[in-house]
Design a binder for this molecule. Sequence first.
Ligand code: HEM
Length: 408
Amino acid sequence: MSQTVPVPLGLPMKRDAGPFDPPRDITRLREARPVSPLLFPDGHEGWLVTGYEAVRRLMADNRFSSRQDIGVLHVPYETPGMPAMTEPSPQVPGLFIAMDPPDHTRLRRKLTGAFTVKRMKMLEEHISDIVERQLDEMARLAPPVDLVKEFALPVPSLVICEMLGVPYEDRDSFQANSATFMEKDVALDEKMAAYTGLTSYLAELVTSKRATPGEDILSDLARDDDLSIEELTGIAFLLLLAGHETTANMLALGTFALLEHPEQLAELRADPDLMPDAVEELMRYLSVADIFYRYATEDIELGGETIGKGSTVVISLLAANRDPERFDNPDTLDVHRKARGHTGFGHGVHQCLGQQLARIEMRAGFGGLLRRFPTLRLAVPAGEVKLRTDMNIYGVHALPVTWTETER
Ligand code: HEM
């Protein structure tokens, strides 16, 4: 393949094409070389994969190990002070997002029953109630309000807390710790302090559930003697973090995107049956969980390139979901599009365990919000909305919105 494309130093991150679009350099790379060499700031060489086909192949190929990623920890090369990693990272007990089969399979299997489509369907009504209650509370406030604080964060947090059996009253501490933890540029010791804060809290919780189990997912897992307290803690950490950060950002950034595409919003309001397709399209278009890491356990051919054994491979799901080879007019938000097949929930053995839950939350969340607030609009100019370019999961830090009270 052509060597004429300059090799980028570090991962291009700046959202210079607009708040919803991939960084221009990422798009350029996908057009020129969808499997492209990448130089990490420490001089270590790796690869960046941006083309849809290559991303799907890579994620379905277990020779690409997930043990590079330290999973949701995301402390690879960009973090100052981190040693260069030239081999798979040590496994954190329970954190199966950063494990390979068979360790990954053993732990994921313990959870598939709790997240089946059927189980999620049974939760649908309850999730709608949670959404409606949160909207009631928001409606009592005098606008403008921050949609993240009043709606997008509470809904998935309430849902996952209830499912796991984590007391929602403890949210201030775990939400603050997960926020610090998901921040990119925070000092490593601060990140680790947040991690320890969260894991000691969860270790205590799962220990008490092992002694006196209740009716929740963590209690069910705690009844299983095959799982150690350390593993239970790791699983709890993964589910709690993955279960609220991602969906919260989809709800907030999705609302922002709809408000910025009024004709699409009007069509969705006019025909609520479009909601399931609109949710898939928002997942494709926004891909808030964008960047993932893998590690090549042997020399592997991908997209006409040879990825050498030991290489770090960075995946951009957002770039893949905007690939014109797979989606027509990929940079257009189209609520009528059949976007299934997008990679917003990943692909292969690590494909999102909570995807059905997330879909139900998003359908209920967007549906309820649009119905209850027909005059919803931004309370600040779009350019003033603070974007989460500094976080591992993209979205907005706050979304100031307002509405016309008499018309509500
Ligand atoms: C994995 C995205 C909601 C739990 C993943 C992966 C993606 C993703 C891209 C693949 C990671 C990889 O290949 O390394 C999202 C998005 C969500 C969402 C965009 C919201 C819109 C949830 C929810 C849960 C959840 C609500 C609730 C429990 C998980 C878990 C994994 C995972 C446990 C790891 C699966 C494995 O390694 O086998 N998610 N997710 N996610 N997600 Fe989600």
